[in-house]
Design a protein around this ligand. Structure first.
Ligand code: HEM
Length: 128
């Protein structure tokens, strides 16, 4: 019995360690911060660094280990973020600040869309 308990505890600890390997929540918090910096930027130069940072955070998020039933939808969202971020980088390099700001709204739209998908409503759960 004691042995079983030890094995059980060991398994519990190792799965916890596995889960702690990558902290999506912390990455998301950083994404929020860098997004805010990008949104508040007044010039192309000010927007460039937060966009680079955001890109890196999204790349990190792609590397996370997710439950199989969530993985596809998360990666779909992260890949769309990458496309939008690349568009912003191109806009900035081309001196198109207004276009970059418009594309930044897409990032916010994706955030809403994929966070909604993460929390399906009770109706979606029952009938979706
Ligand atoms: C489009 C793809 C995205 C996906 C698939 C996604 C997924 C998630 C998931 C699964 C969580 C829950 C994490 C946890 O509590 O363990 C989360 C939380 C969060 N996400 Fe996202 N997210 C996306 C985009 C974004 C973007 C673009 C932003 C901000 C610019 C953002 C900001 C946040 C914040 C602030 C939280 C809450 C963190 C906390 O609990 O304090 N997310 N997201």
């Amino acid at each position: 019995m004691k042995k079983l308990l030890t094995i059980g505890l060991g398994l519990l600890l190792s799965t916890q360690l596995f889960a702690a390997d990558f902290d999506l929540k912390a990455t998301m918090k950083q994404m929020k911060q860098t997004f805010k910096q990008a949104a508040q930027a007044q010039t192309i130069e000010e927007m460039q660094q937060p966009i680079i940072d955001l890109n890196q955070l999204v790349e990190q998020a792609k590397q996370g280990d997710y439950p199989p039933e969530k993985k596809d939808i998360y990666l779909e969202g992260f890949n769309k973020l990458t496309v939008a971020l690349e568009k912003i980088e191109t806009d900035l390099q081309a001196g198109q600040f207004e276009a970059a700001k418009e594309s930044l709204k897409q990032i916010d739209g994706l955030r809403e869309e994929y966070h909604d998908k993460r929390n399906p409503s009770i109706w979606q759960r029952l009938f979706g």
